[in-house]
Design a protein. Structure first.
Length: 145
């Protein structure tokens, strides 16, 4: 049986592209939270130019490359960037300041008037990309054995 495109790739998403929805979220925030989300979005793209923007869980910006890197949620008092595999990432600048008790996730809460160190944040994003790539390679090797 031959494979068709419909069998090998998921159907295209309905509605606007994720990048448009993230643009809209930033505009809708219209305060320091929108500025913070826009800044980290830019830093993510600088650190991982091939990153894919997604819109999941009915309204959460997600950045992926070989798997989810991080999510960007906005709350009344913080913009929260959750790295799904954050517990496995080196964080010498100690950017992680939330969700520190879990076995997998770590988060960075950005509060009004605060910024995240750009070079340290980009290093964290690059480390997440490398971890995803290493885990993908390990899974592929395991399948060939």
């Amino acid at each position: 049986m031959t494979s068709t495109r419909a069998e090998t790739q998921p159907p295209p998403p309905e509605g606007p592209p994720a990048s448009t929805l993230i643009d809209q979220r930033i505009a809708d925030l219209n305060d320091w939270r929108g500025q913070a989300l826009a800044r980290v979005r830019q830093l993510i793209h600088e650190a991982a130019p091939d990153v894919v923007e997604e819109w999941k869980w009915k309204g959460t910006p997600v950045w992926s490359l070989g798997g989810i890197l991080c999510t960007g949620e906005s709350y009344k008092t913080a913009v929260k960037l959750t790295f799904l595999k954050g517990a496995s990432l080196p964080d010498p600048a100690q950017l992680f300041n939330a969700s520190l008790d879990g076995n997998a996730r770590r988060a960075i809460d950005i509060h009004e008037g605060k910024t995240v160190d750009a070079s340290a944040f980009k290093a964290l994003v690059r480390a997440a990309v490398e971890l995803n790539a290493a885990q993908t390679t390990a899974r592929q090797l395991a399948r060939t054995r």
